[in-house]
Design a protein around this ligand. Structure first.
Ligand SMILES: [Zn+2]
Length: 232
């Protein structure tokens, strides 16, 4: 079984995902989302542009989470890129962000034990306003890369204030009890889950998501984000 799993991948990437990219490349030649240069189908950005991003901050422990991985620090470069992800439904930017997170993920030991991937949920009215949920798209792209199922396990059941405007303690209180398990069909018991988000600041949303999943029976819960703010 392990051999079969390994054979289904090339450098950790699902063969099916690569096949789709190869086919798509005929219709829409692959481009670097930062400089628009044409690049091979199995690249996600050009070498020059990839070097703009800084290293992630030092790892920190978050309550209820068994691990947290970030591609980069939240700074002016990553802030501009996340804004691009949020405002335009840009497929090249999305696959670049997914690949960057994937690169960090494959260095983690927990990657072998994951059962499925999910995302931080958005309220329906916010999705309607934007037309899509970029975090869900990001999570689906990473699930494609890893060849693991994407399951929308969580839903947001309470309106919350914008986390940006609050202190660390305020953020924790703001999201407490704001989520519930959405999927009644997925057997959560003992499952190891990876939650995807674009940016992590204090981690209170991810921590509350993990608490919600664990109280419904999940085993270990990890998170991976594109950018993480440094500790103060
Ligand atoms: Zn480039």
């Amino acid at each position: 079984m392990e051999d079969f799993k390994a054979a289904a991948k090339i450098n950790g990437i699902s063969r099916m995902y690569l096949l789709k990219r190869w086919l798509l490349d005929f219709a829409y030649p692959n481009r670097c989302p930062f400089c628009d240069k044409i690049i091979p189908f199995d690249e996600y950005y050009c070498a020059g542009c990839g070097s703009f991003f800084s290293a992630p901050p030092e790892k920190e422990e978050l309550k209820f989470l068994n691990g947290l991985t970030a591609f980069t620090s939240y700074d002016t470069v990553s802030r501009a890129f996340v804004a691009e992800l949020k405002s335009n439904n840009n497929g090249y930017a999305l696959s670049a962000a997914a690949y960057m997170i994937f690169k960090r993920l494959i260095e983690e030991d927990f990657i072998a034990d994951l059962d499925c991937i999910t995302c931080v949920p958005m309220r329906r009215k916010n999705i309607q306003k934007r037309g899509y949920n970029q975090t869900k798209l990001l999570a689906k792209e990473i699930s494609g890369l890893l060849g693991l199922p994407f399951v929308p396990l969580l839903k947001k059941t309470k309106d919350t204030l914008e986390q940006k405007s609050l202190s660390a303690e305020g953020r924790r209180v703001n999201v407490k009890g704001a989520f519930s398990v959405a999927s009644k069909h997925y057997e959560l018991n003992g499952k190891n889950i990876l939650i995807i988000d674009d940016v992590c600041t204090t981690g209170s949303t991810l921590s509350e998501n993990a608490r919600t999943l664990k109280s419904a029976g999940a085993g270990r819960v990890f998170a991976a984000v594109f950018a993480k703010t440094k500790l103060y």
